[in-house]
Design a protein around this ligand. Sequence first.
Ligand code: LLP
Length: 438
Amino acid sequence: HGTSQINDQGHLVIGGCDTVQLKEQYGTPLYIMDEHLIRSRCQEYMQAFQASGLTFQVAYASKAFCTMAMCRIVEEEGLSMDVVSEGELYTAMQAGFPVERIHFHGNNKTPDELEMALDAGIGCFVVDNFVELQVLNAIAASKKMMPNILLRVTPGVEAHTHEYISTGQEDSKFGFDVGNGTAYQAVKEAHSLEHVKLLGIHSHIGSQIFEVDGFQVAVERVAAFALEVQQQEGISFTVINLGGGFGIRYTSEDTPLQVSEYVEAITTAVKEHFSKLEGALPQIWVEPGRSIVGDAGTTLYTVGSNKDIPNVRKYVSVDGGMTDNPRLALYEAKYEAVIANRANDEATELVSVAGKCCESGDMLIWDIELASPVAGDLLAVACTGAYNYSMASNYNRIRRPAVVLVKDGKSDVIVERETFEDITSNDVIPARLTRTTI
Ligand code: LLP
């Protein structure tokens, strides 16, 4: 995976850093992020769009991994950013990310969030529903502002990995349905409001998608909708946002395409279907998250106890688990791993990797061949850059791990390991529970 190698001592090396040394320096569990890989993925997107000749924005979906250092990298690579909450917006602003390059998503943005984003001068709101449309217009009116908006539509395409379902009307909490006329009504309403500026529409069809046909059908439907709106209402969209969802390889079962192949399929479909409309081709925006950071991340754990149940299974436990990676518990996600301090040793023992939480569902990997892990070994789980740190929790009051950024043999902490003080820092003991000395 990635830029990882094995050195003379048989240690796994990531971004030029020996994982055994990283453990000594920072402890485990530890998230390791490979800066070079993150930057390459950003560049692949930018270059593929440049090659298409279309006007575009690539907005990193920060929900996948949102820290201030990550915002800095994304900014340097020239991407925009998608945020879904005041916390993500705050993080980006604290990192000095240009606010006009931020797009604000979410199906229930609070009035406070809308106000915060307006005051900051956000680049665009992706409006999800009629309530938000009215509230945003009213708040913007009170501030004499006119923010850019896109309307999120559900084009009736739902893609999961290598399959897509094309349905009449999607049962989803997100967006305005194209199929039943709601999206059409939303466009008319948004267009008539005086304090929002309608740029176009947004469609996101799913996540961890391998094949291009779902995206192509979405483009076709969005273009047909845009044509209808243009012909009947005289409204032309200048921006079409096609969301994220481009898949990555977690294990050998996964068969994603290259970033450039996804981009090429989308831009070709845009040129084909939008050329039927009048005027210039719209700008194309996308919002990749997982495919920017997913394979750049590795989680390093220390192996502890084990339980060998003869003829059934051997559980090997590590010092983290669902608190730093809830994806197996949530989605039955699969991962590959290696014993990082003996990376050349043959993986011959079938084990299952468990976490340390007080819950049977706290597993990281079912059935993987590893090089007979024993207490003290280091386990490196690959492809944990997306939706791991960002979905981490303090269940069992476990402290969230540190995150280090590695590049060319250098490592820097970009998120400190939580302290015991962090764990109780928001706790309050009401006076009536205060122990009094008699
Ligand atoms: N844009 C919108 C509107 C989205 O809802 C999402 C993901 C993205 C972009 C980025 O999608 P990506 O390129 O990362 O696939 N926690 C789940 C994934 C949830 C994705 C939610 N929306 C997981 O761990 O697999």
